[in-house]
Design a protein around this ligand. Structure first.
Ligand SMILES: Cc1cc2nc3c(=O)[nH]c(=O)nc-3n(C[C@H](O)[C@H](O)[C@H](O)COP(=O)(O)OP(=O)(O)OC[C@H]3O[C@@H](n4cnc5c(N)ncnc54)[C@H](O)[C@@H]3O)c2cc1C
Length: 435
């Protein structure tokens, strides 16, 4: 294992305590029984694994989800909480990369994914503080504004709208951005509670959820697979590996096919209602056109801010300084709030910035690499993985099934990413000081 993968494997941090707190979905209880044989074993209890389990269980398959910690322990339980109707690339780029038919299918599926997740949350009454007021993207520069206008124009019929000047300021509660895009299709929630609710729904349809169950080894047994978890073992016809950035040594080439990268978040102390009322008054989460994470939202009576930090050292971020810098530029009259909690989580980057589905061996599939945009897309990946496990051909999936390509010199690839991130951070700082 390389240095970066060791850092992921040795990361003992947990999701932030604010997520999954009182009043939302409780921790998912372990399944009462342990079946020695299931149709499909799913490694990883994040939203990709859980969506796969839900789709399989509702189609009558016997399923076990094996999660080394609690449900939502990975990126799923630490995310900024925003479900967006986009991938990293524009519709045009997706068509250019995947062709007209596949590209259109993928773009269309991604565009409706947040609405489908919202309907699912409603159907299963998942208590995850889902706030369906749309999402805001601000532009500080003329180039950023032009980029948002191009995005809005390309949405072709979607009800997204540009706001300028005082109308933009009214939405943000600040005149920091001369232009703002409001996309009503996106929304935000408590991601850990969402993961738990998804596990509850899958379990209600018969999926066995096994938290605190690390899969140590997967070994072929004839046409089936033995899944070894410490002293326990089960046999499955099919296996799904949904471990994303947390992949580790289980399937070494899979872990080497993505670059794990840390994203950091922080929340302030609870703030008085009167103070919060003027900030993002309609309740949308805000990001902007800068190159790196820039999220700000109201959550749990606090402000939640995405912050810069070390790309490969868990928890290393100067949270107080980062939060205050971001809030000072947006809300200069707000007295600097105390930062109550900060955390980090690993996302998986791919070289082409698309999520990747792989057939790892006969009867074994994986999906990795949401590049920090997985909260809505995982519902599609889970549907694809379930379809593959049920015997669908590669053409039936929304995301293409690709050959697995481990990155040569994995640690060096991480260094390249770190350099690119530093450059983007520097360019973002220049943009933030110009209009
Ligand atoms: C700070 C942060 C902010 C983010 N913000 C957003 C956002 O606002 N919007 C958005 O769309 N996306 C966001 N993302 C990305 C999003 O959270 C991920 O794309 C998504 O949650 C990935 O889900 P997953 O199930 O594929 O992986 P994960 O949630 O990482 O799940 C993988 C699971 O596999 C388990 N595992 C690993 N190895 C084993 C093993 N051997 N045996 C058993 N279990 C194992 C891990 O414990 C983990 O629970 C953010 C991510 C982070 C970290």
């Amino acid at each position: 294992m390389g240095l970066i993968q060791r850092r992921v494997t040795n990361d003992t941090s947990a999701p932030p305590s604010l997520y999954g707190a009182a009043g939302v979905e409780p921790t998912v209880p372990a399944a009462k029984g342990w079946d020695n044989r299931v149709d499909v074993a799913i490694v990883g209890g994040g939203i990709t694994g859980l969506w796969t389990a839900y789709n399989l269980a509702t189609n009558g398959a016997s399923v076990a989800v094996l999660e080394s910690h609690e449900v939502g322990h990975g990126a799923s339980g630490r995310a900024f909480g925003q479900l967006v109707p986009y991938l990293k690339h524009s519709h045009e780029k997706i068509i250019a990369d995947l062709g007209e038919e596949r590209g259109t299918r993928l773009s269309a599926a991604v565009a409706v994914a947040p609405a489908e997740v919202a309907a699912f949350i409603e159907r299963y009454q998942i208590a995850c503080a889902a706030t369906r007021t749309g999402i805001l993207i601000g532009a500080r520069t003329k180039a950023g504004s032009a980029q948002l206008e191009a995005t809005a124009a390309a949405l072709r019929g979607a009800p997204a709208k540009m706001f300028y000047g005082s109308a933009a300021a009214d939405l943000v509660g600040s005149d920091f951005y001369p232009a703002v895009l409001l996309d009503p299709r996106g929304f935000h929630l408590d991601p850990l509670a969402y993961a738990r609710g998804l596990a509850r729904a899958a379990a209600a349809h018969g999926a066995l959820i096994h938290p605190v169950t690390r899969v140590d080894r997967i070994a072929p047994r004839g046409s089936e697979w033995d899944i070894i978890c410490g002293t326990r073992q089960l046999t499955a016809e099919k296996v799904i590996i949904a471990t994303n950035a947390y992949s580790g040594p289980l399937w070494p080439d899979l872990a080497r096919s993505v670059v794990p990268f840390l994203v950091h978040g922080a929340v302030t102390e609870p703030l008085p209602e009167g103070v919060l009322a003027d900030i993002l008054p309609q309740g949308q989460p805000l990001t902007d056109t800068r190159r790196l994470y820039s999220g700000v939202r109201k959550f749990g009576g606090r402000l939640h801010v995405s912050i810069d930090g070390a790309s490969f050292v868990p928890g290393r971020a100067d949270a107080a300084r980062m939060v205050q810098r971001r809030l000072r530029e947006l809300y200069p009259r707000l007295p600097a709030p105390h930062v109550e909690n900060s955390w980090s989580g690993w996302i998986a980057l791919t070289t082409d910035q698309y999520p990747h589905i792989h057939r790892l061996a006969e009867g074994v599939w994986s999906a990795v690499g949401c590049n920090g945009r997985g909260l809505a897309a995982a519902s599609l990946l889970g549907r694809d993985l379930a379809a593959l496990a049920r015997g669908a051909g590669d053409n039936a999936t929304v995301f293409p099934v690709r050959p697995l390509r481990p990155l040569p010199l994995h640690d060096a690839a991480a260094l390249v990413v770190a350099t690119v991130v530093s450059t983007k951070r520097w360019l973002d700082r220049i943009d933030a000081t110009t209009r």
